[in-house]
Design a protein around this ligand. Structure first.
Ligand SMILES: [Fe+2]
Length: 200
C-alpha cells in the first residue's frame, strides 16, 4: 500500500506557508539537487527547514535524530509549527529527519525513483502541497489527486515516486520525514560522536 494514511486536505495552512517561503526570496539561495550519478532531481530547487542533512552519512543522520537541541532555520518558523501540527493527523511521534521545501519550475520533473539509502528505510515521508494548481504525482503506480493543502505519507524506500509540474508557474511543496522510533532505538549505538557534523 503506497499511501500510508488517507490523504487529508489542510487548506488553511498552505497560503501561510507560501507567504513565508516568498518572504525568504532573495534572502537565501535555492539549492539545486544535482548529482554526478543521476539526474532525478536536477530540474528542481530546494531549501531546508532543519539544515541540509546529508542522508548518505547514516551515522550523522542518527546523531541528528537524537540531538536534543537540533538546528532550525529561523526563516521557516511557520513551517516548523505546521509540521509539528501534522503529528496530530499522522500519529507520527518519531524525531524529524530531513525537512525540505521544494520549488518545481514549469516543466520540471522529479523522475520516477525510490530513495535507497539506509536512512530512507527508517523514515516515513510526508508531502504537503502548497500551490493552488494541479501537479502530477504518482506513487507506487497510484496517481495522487493533488490539490492545495493536501497532506499524505508514503514509504520513500519501498514506493517508487514521480512528480511533474505541467503548469506555467512554479509549484511549491513540502517533503519531510519522521523516524521510526523502534528502528532509531536499535541504531543509537551507531550514532556519530560529533552530532554537528551532520551538516554539509
Ligand atoms: Fe524521493
Amino acid at each position: 500500500m503506497a499511501i500510508k494514511i488517507t490523504p487529508t486536505v489542510i487548506p488553511n495552512w498552505a497560503n501561510i506557508l507560501l507567504d513565508e517561503i516568498i518572504a525568504d526570496e532573495g534572502k537565501s539561495d535555492w539549492w539545486i539537487p544535482k548529482s554526478s550519478t543521476h539526474d532525478i532531481f536536477e530540474t528542481c530547487f530546494m531549501k531546508f527547514v532543519n539544515g541540509n542533512l546529508q542522508y548518505m552519512r547514516f551515522a550523522n543522520m542518527i546523531a541528528h535524530a537524537i540531538d536534543t537541541d537540533p538546528y532550525w532555520n529561523p526563516a521557516f518558523t511557520k513551517i516548523r509549527e505546521f509540521c509539528d501540527y501534522t503529528r496530530t493527523i499522522t500519529g507520527e511521534a518519531g524525531p524529524w529527519g530531513r525537512m525540505c521545501i521544494w520549488k518545481m519550475p514549469p516543466n520540471s520533473h522529479i523522475l520516477p525513483h525510490r530513495d535507497l539509502y539506509s536512512y530512507h528505510g527508517c523514515v516515513t515521508r510526508h508531502l504537503y502541497y502548497l500551490s493552488d494548481m494541479p501537479l502530477y504525482v504518482e506513487i507506487s503506480g497510484q496517481e495522487v489527486t493533488v490539490e492545495q493543502g493536501l497532506l499524505h505519507t508514503f514509504n520513500p524506500f519501498e514506493d517508487e515516486h514521480e512528480l511533474i509540474n505541467r503548469n506555467d508557474s512554479d509549484f511549491y511543496f513540502l517533503g519531510f520525514d519522521t523516524w521510526d522510533i523502534g528502528r532509531l532505538e536499535s541504531l543509537k549505538m551507531f550514532s556519530a560522536k560529533t552530532p554537528r557534523e551532520y551538516f554539509a
